[in-house]
Design a protein around this ligand. Structure first.
Ligand code: NAD
Ligand code: WQD
Length: 341
């Protein structure tokens, strides 16, 4: 039985392929390469010593997805494919509803036609909106405040409705906090196109001399040093959570046929703490300037991780120093990311 990994040539998907291949599973990747480089597939094969089945397919192409599901006799899907930039989603919401919502609808329709009824879905802490209490439990009210977040919520609702309609479907909805870091080999990692939107890749590019300085978006939040606090999680831990989610789905030891789990560490770090940790890991100075708050940012958010521990018997193992060390190793070995991007 093979697991279909959509978006498996992307940042988190590629790490997930490595984890599943190393755990002895067969995988097939589909990706339209809109935010990925085919070299990544070669690197996954090099790390694991296993051949990786790859098909350049868009999830919106239902017939092509059905063909892949049948050809590889897939039994489950791990669904990463989609667009993920909050700012871009406010400028081009149609692209987000098309790729994320329409794409997932077509993928689910293909699965239904092929009798594949298990999915692990990449959701996001962004669905919680402004925290009403901390740490954030899975029962925290949902209030996405941008088109990207709303696509994730709509997909979550679609999965809940399908699960209710037919108990044969099984869904694990994983709400990621802030994934960072890279595989310890330094062969795969996050390779943003253009100016990075997120903190960690931006800091890494400043350390590498590709950018002059970091703009710290706001230093007057009600946090311990005035800068935004987030729950950063090492991508290798994050994908280990997917492996546990898959094992739980497959063994039916789940609380229901559609359940939600936060994936974070439970600890929050401020922007300035991230800068200091990266300076330690890289032995480089990160020049910073204070800039206005970024629209839509919250002061502080971090996960309650007790459900992950209870349901998956899983918790993150890597600390902030490991996250920075592994990011720096990836950047040093691939200063321009995957070649040709
Ligand atoms: P990524 O952009 O690196 O990976 C997504 C992959 O999907 C890319 O390889 C892209 O080429 C592919 N893709 C996009 N649209 C597609 C389509 N229509 N058909 C086929 N392939 C398509 O992003 P990532 O950081 O690896 O994120 C993976 C998932 O996790 C996304 O769904 C994202 O929303 C979610 N997520 C990410 C974060 C984060 O901070 N990275 C946080 C929470 C949730
Ligand atoms: C972290 C902190 C910024 C860049 C985003 C998405 C979320 C999820 C993860 C997909 C904040 C500050 C950042 C910079 C800065 N993605 N910052 N200077 O905003 O928590 O979450 O990525 O689902 O949906 O919203 O992460 O890395 O952008 O920001 O000061 O150049 O760093 O203000 O406090 P965020 P981030």
């Amino acid at each position: 039985m093979t697991i279909l990994i959509t978006g498996g040539a992307g940042y988190i998907g590629s790490h997930c392929c490595v984890a599943f291949l190393e755990a002895g599973h067969d995988v097939v990747v589909i990706d339209n390469l809109s935010n990925a480089h085919p070299e990544c597939i070669e690197r996954i094969a090099e790390i694991t010593g296993k051949k990786v089945a790859f098909e350049e397919v868009d999830i919106r192409d239902q017939a092509a997805v059905e063909r892949v599901l049948r050809k590889h006799q897939c039994s489950a899907v791990i669904h990463f494919a989609g667009l993920k930039a909050v700012g871009e989603s406010t400028k081009d919401p149609l692209a987000y509803y098309d790729n994320n919502v329409v794409g997932t609808h077509r993928l689910l329709s293909a699965m239904s036609n092929c009798g594949v009824r298990q999915m692990i879905f990449s959701s996001s802490a962004t669905v919680y909106g402004e925290p009403q209490f901390l740490p954030i439990t899975e029962k925290h009210p949902l209030n996405a405040v941008n088109p990207y977040g709303r696509t994730k919520l709509i997909i979550e609702d679609m999965l809940r409705d399908i699960a209710t309609s037919n108990p044969a479907w099984k869904f694990s909805i994983l709400r990621y906090f802030n994934p960072v870091g890279a595989h310890k080999s330094g062969m795969i990692g996050e390779d943003p196109l253009g100016i990075p939107n997120n903190l960690m890749p931006f800091i890494a590019q400043v350390a590498a001399g590709r950018r002059e300085q970091l703009s710290v978006f706001g230093n007057d939040y009600d946090t311990r040093d005035g800068t935004g606090v987030r729950d950063y999680i090492h991508v290798v831990d994050l994908v280990a959570g997917h492996l546990r989610a898959y094992e739980a789905l497959a063994s039916r030891e789940t609380p229901s046929n559609c359940f939600v789990v936060n994936l974070g560490t439970g600890a929050g770090y401020s922007v300035l703490e991230m800068v200091s940790a990266f300076e330690r890991a890289s032995n480089k100075q990160i020049p910073c300037v204070t800039a206005p708050r970024r629209n839509g940012d919250v002061a502080e958010i971090y996960a309650d991780i007790s459900t992950a521990l209870e349901v998956f018997d899983w918790k993150a193992e890597n600390d902030l120093d490991a996250m920075c060390r592994d990011t720096w190793n990836w950047v040093c070995k691939n200063p321009r990311g995957y070649e040709g991007r």
